[in-house]
Design a protein around this ligand. Structure first.
Ligand SMILES: C[S@@+](CC[C@H](N)C(=O)[O-])C[C@H]1O[C@@H](n2cnc3c(N)ncnc32)[C@H](O)[C@@H]1O
Length: 244
């Protein structure tokens, strides 16, 4: 998951990524952003890991000034094009793992499916960068892949195969669709479209936020549509939290 990887993904973002913007079944993210914009006095917001800028125009409509940053130059180029009608957004190229974020902390940080790098060391650095970018009393909205969703999808596949007449051993074997190291499985690193991606337990997100001195407001399921073949509905976790 280096810059080349993300540049390639951002070139064909629509076909490569299950976009939260387009697939958030109940529009939870947009609702939460609207609520935060209405209820809190926030001037500056940040779209951290903005990618191709799917959410950036929404933030620019709701807040006076928006800082948008990403590792990928291709992502940023697309994001700038998408936001060309809005003049209250500053764009920055930054690696959250190894560089300081080049703008002052904000009262609202928005970070959707960015803290997903498989390396624990890199991920912890990125967590520190993101959480330090929120002023005390400010709000963080975080979306991350759900480990419970991966596990439930597996059980659901086994069930489906059992009801199709497969035996238990066969149903389990046929439901395992990835070869993973034991350490990856213990750390919640599963393949997403063939790429090792960190997935989080709900309690793990709560613990991480508390360790970074945030008070949790909510951790909710962000549901996607049912898969037409498996009939399983995946979800991500959406967390909002206030910096103490
Ligand atoms: C799955 S995309 C999500 C993009 C956007 N937040 C959205 O919801 O459409 C993940 C984004 O995180 C960015 N990213 C990954 N690692 C990064 C890093 N170390 N520093 C900055 N951005 C990073 C990628 O370039 C990519 O644009």
């Amino acid at each position: 998951m280096d810059i080349n990887y993300w540049n390639k993904i951002c070139k064909n973002y629509q076909s490569e990524v299950l976009s939260v913007f387009d697939n958030d079944l109940h529009g939870l993210v947009k609702q939460r952003v609207g609520k935060i914009a209405q209820e809190e006095e926030i001037e500056r917001a940040a779209d951290i890991g903005c990618g191709v800028g799917r959410f950036t125009p929404l933030l620019a409509e709701q807040f006076e000034e928006v800082e948008a940053c990403d590792l990928s130059s291709v992502g940023l180029k697309n994001a700038k094009r998408r936001c060309s009608q809005q003049d209250n957004i500053n764009f920055y190229q930054v690696d959250l793992v190894s560089e300081a974020i080049p703008f002052a902390p904000v009262d609202f940080a928005f970070c959707v499916n960015v803290l997903i790098m498989p390396s624990l060391d890199q991920r912890l650095r990125a967590w520190r960068s993101v959480t330090n970018q929120v002023n005390r009393g400010g709000t963080l909205l975080l979306v991350v892949p759900s480990l419970e969703s991966v596990q439930m999808e597996f059980y659901s596949n086994v069930e489906r195969r059992l009801s199709d007449g497969e035996g238990c051993g066969e149903a389990v074997r046929n439901s395992i669709d990835e070869k993973a190291r034991a350490s990856d499985l213990r750390l919640g690193v599963h393949q997403l479209d063939g790429v090792r991606t960190k997935h989080y337990l709900k309690d793990e997100i709560a613990q991480m936020l508390e360790e970074h001195e945030f008070e949790i407001q909510e951790i909710s399921k962000l549901m996607y549509s049912e898969d037409e073949h498996t009939h399983f509905s995946q979800w991500d976790w959406l967390a909002t939290a206030t910096r103490k």
